[in-house]
Write a protein that binds this ligand. Structure first.
Ligand code: ADP
Ligand code: MG
Length: 346
């Protein structure tokens, strides 16, 4: 079920790639010089380099695979797995794990716990890890929530401790961070133009080979426009979306999605159906896409005004789109859109 869908998503998002309006005639330099598709971190990833080589591609792929190896919640020799099976004893964490824990903690604090990387037992109870979906009863949820609290994760140097009954999962931030690290690596290797799609988390390096910005489709959460509802132009940045349409099940006409409110233990009902974040740091964008979805429009925009450093496209369940001021010249709705576009100024 999931993989073909993700493939379609990976395809639809990149207007520069396999779909979209009539393509301009390609000059030799407008084709990627190296490209690949990989399955990693539970998703389909496509990497396209313009000016980069097969060696650059190999370097990026091995960086991503080693991140997965360290950070996966299911691979039995990962650092996260070791922590989750440590019985409360300290575990040694590598640089990436430590960086992600610091980011998770900071975002947890700034969002009043809307991002909580110890939600894994709750996510499992709803069946989102196995696709055997099921609505847990209140007692089960409150028992599980008693052991959800990211502030209980402690870090001293490279030693991380997690209380015995808790489980940690970096799924809400790892893919964005992976894209960020991949982009850094490509820049260090002298690659000036690349687009990486990590299961819908898009990371760009530089601009297109002809110097124009990357044009990326923003998925229509309700599919009213068929595919994407608008196009965003970015350079050298990440664009990460969390949507209620990405992974969900339905029961008695109600949709239950995989973005959960740590305060209720249930899918977040904030009125938002999709949150797209654009910024320089993919890890931060990923963490914000999840947590601002949980917070809802007003608190999300308060967060943006308070901390800044990113731009956002929020879509609510009433067909409204809220675009933060910094994107007003970079975002275009498709023609005849059923959505109402609102620009949010500071
Ligand atoms: P995706 O990984 O599907 O692109 P997200 O980045 O929004 O989507 O991450 C969602 C994943 O993070 C869920 O599948 C779940 O494992 C985990 N998660 C869900 N809600 C939260 C939350 N409030 N805080 C931290 N992790 C969460
Ligand atoms: Mg996220």
């Amino acid at each position: 079920m999931k993989r073909p869908f993700l493939l379609a998503l990976a395809c639809a998002l990149l207007l520069t790639g396999c779909t979209g309006p009539a393509q301009p005639t390609h000059t030799p330099t407008s084709d990627p010089t190296a490209e690949s598709t990989t399955f990693a971190m539970d998703t389909v990833m496509t990497f396209r380099l313009y000016g980069g080589t097969e060696e650059d591609l190999t370097a990026v792929t091995s960086r991503i695979l080693s991140l997965e190896q360290d950070l996966s919640v299911t691979l039995e020799d990962s650092q996260v797995y070791a922590l989750n099976h440590s019985g409360g004893e300290p575990v040694t964490a590598g640089e990436d794990f430590l960086a992600l824990l610091a980011l998770a903690k900071e975002l947890g604090n700034r969002t009043g716990g809307a991002l909580d990387v110890t939600m894994y037992p709750v996510v499992k109870a709803w069946g989102f890890t196995t696709s055997e979906y099921h609505i847990p009863d209140e007692d089960t949820l409150s028992a599980l929530l008693a052991n959800v609290d990211y502030t209980s994760v402690t870090v001293e140097g490279d030693q991380v401790t997690l209380p015995a009954k808790m489980e940690l999962d970096l799924g809400a931030i790892a893919k964005g961070y992976a894209g960020e690290m991949a982009a850094n690596l490509l820049r260090e290797r002298g690659v000036t133009s690349a687009i990486l799609n990590l299961g819908g988390n898009v990371q760009t390096v530089g601009s297109k080979a002809d110097g124009s910005p990357w044009r990326i489709g923003v998925q229509d959460p309700q599919q009213t426009t068929g595919g994407y509802l608008g196009v965003l132009e970015i350079r050298d940045q990440a664009m990460v979306t969390s949507g209620g349409y990405e992974r969900y099940f339905e029961e008695d006409g109600v949709r239950y999605w995989h973005i959960m409110d740590p305060h209720t233990g249930a899918p977040a009902r904030s009125g938002l159906v999709s949150v797209t974040i654009v910024g320089d740091k993919g890890g931060l964008c990923d963490g914000l896409s999840t947590s601002l979805f949980v917070l809802g429009r007003e608190k999300a925009l308060d967060y943006w005004r308070t901390y800044g450093g990113f731009e956002a496209i929020l879509i609510d369940d009433q067909n409204n789109i809220w675009v933060t001021g910094g994107l007003k010249n970079n975002f275009t709705l498709v023609a005849d859109s059923p959505y109402t576009l609102n620009i949010v100024e500071e």
